[in-house]
Design a protein around this ligand. Structure first.
Ligand code: XIL
Length: 364
């Protein structure tokens, strides 16, 4: 069974909202879920398009987005976020360099604003991420530490950050990207200073700090099945077998349009991890296309989004789908994969793309 159920949400008409440019902020007109509302000025009976979060809720799936911008800074942005999404992941603001830029001095201002916004909109929040080789502060990476010192720093950091949000975050990505493409534990700060048991130490520290948060291992390119997927499966199977507190696996799902694994392949990968007793979440979904996007590439992208959403919907253990941003203007893709972009469900003007309609349809 999926484990998340969400409360009632509301369904303003998409048409009305686009016409208004969603400029009404969070106080847009609402209609009961699944109801109908006449179009502006008309007496018609156009069915109300339900927001994605409402459609996903019928499958007990949270539909979320990562938020990276200074927040909240834009009424149009927060209106779309609150209306369409039922889960929020701070894109960068819970990472180590953001939360502990100076040793022992914790900063939560931006993450707090995001988590407060989420709870005001009936959204849950995902914590991302505690232990990763990237986005570490210079005081940490430039120091030289004994194993015990590094372990103490990691465990104290987890206790402080997870403890700060105890009871308020539904899930944490405890360990991110610990396995390399060849299937070995990835060389990086934590492996180099603590050794391979840093993974289980991190999960134990997170559980102790918030026994109510679901704890995830999160990684990319696991959706295809292959050496990396097998290695992560072995790692998680071993952790589970030894009673290490881990609840799920996050599939980042950063895709290139037209190059996804098949629906059957993705479902069989999900099923394999679910059989270990793990929940499945799609944590960072985007589907990039070559720029400039074309009608054809956006159709391929729409079909790809449909495949991912269908794979989750048809996997009982899959309880969340999070896109890595809201609009194409917010996405990390153009800076990271030059020449690619337009990877999300809304364009820079907040217009829903064909992929939006495909996701809605896949959730019907
Ligand atoms: C990315 C953010 O989107 C960027 O803004 C930042 O500059 C770098 O990190 N895998 C992850 C995410 O787990 O944390 C990354 O996010 C994208 C890849």
């Amino acid at each position: 069974m999926r484990s998340f159920a969400i409360g009632p949400s509301f369904a303003p008409t998409l048409v009305l909202w686009v016409l208004l440019g969603a400029a009404a902020g969070c106080s847009s007109p609402t209609a009961p879920r699944g109801g109908t509302e006449p179009p502006p000025g008309g007496g018609g009976s156009t069915p109300t398009p339900d927001p994605l979060r409402t459609l996903a809720d019928r499958h007990s799936i949270r539909f979320g987005a990562a938020v990276g911008r200074l927040f909240p800074d834009d009424a149009r942005f927060t209106a779309v976020l609150g209306r369409e999404f039922s889960m929020l992941t701070p894109e960068n603001d819970l990472k180590f360099d953001a939360t502990e830029p100076v040793r022992g001095q914790l900063r939560f201002t931006r993450a707090d604003a995001m988590v407060d916004f989420a709870s005001s909109k009936g959204m849950t929040a995902r914590g991302h991420t505690l232990v990763w080789q990237n986005q570490l502060p210079a005081w940490l990476t430039s120091g030289s530490w004994t194993r015990d010192e590094a372990r103490g720093i990691m465990e104290n950091h987890i206790a402080a950050v997870v403890g700060r949000y105890k009871g308020r975050l539904a899930a944490w990505d405890v360990v991110n990207e610990a396995v390399d493409d060849g299937g070995s534990l990835r060389a990086g700060f934590w492996l180099n200073t603590i050794g391979p048991d840093y993974v289980e130490l991190a999960f134990r520290a997170a559980r102790a700090a918030d026994p109510g948060a679901a704890l995830y291992y999160n990684d990319y390119s696991l959706e295809y099945g292959g050496a990396k997927t097998d290695a992560v499966y072995q790692l998680l199977s071993d952790l589970k077998g030894r009673g290490v507190p881990i609840d799920g696996v996050g599939f980042q799902a950063h895709f290139e349009a037209g190059k996804l694994p098949s629906l059957d392949r993705m479902k069989s990968v999900f099923a394999r991890f679910a059989a270990l007793g793990l929940k499945i979440q799609i944590t960072e979904l985007d589907v990039r296309v070559p720029l400039p996007a074309t009608t054809a590439s956006l159709q391929t992208q729409a079909a790809d989004y449909r495949t991912v959403v269908t794979a989750c919907r048809e996997t009982p253990a899959c309880n969340a789908i999070v896109t890595w941003g809201v609009t194409d203007a917010d996405s990390w893709v153009p800076a990271t994969f030059p020449g690619s972009g337009a990877a999300l469900l809304f364009d820079a003007a907040y217009t829903p793309k064909p992929a939006y309609a495909a996701v809605a349809d896949a959730l019907k």
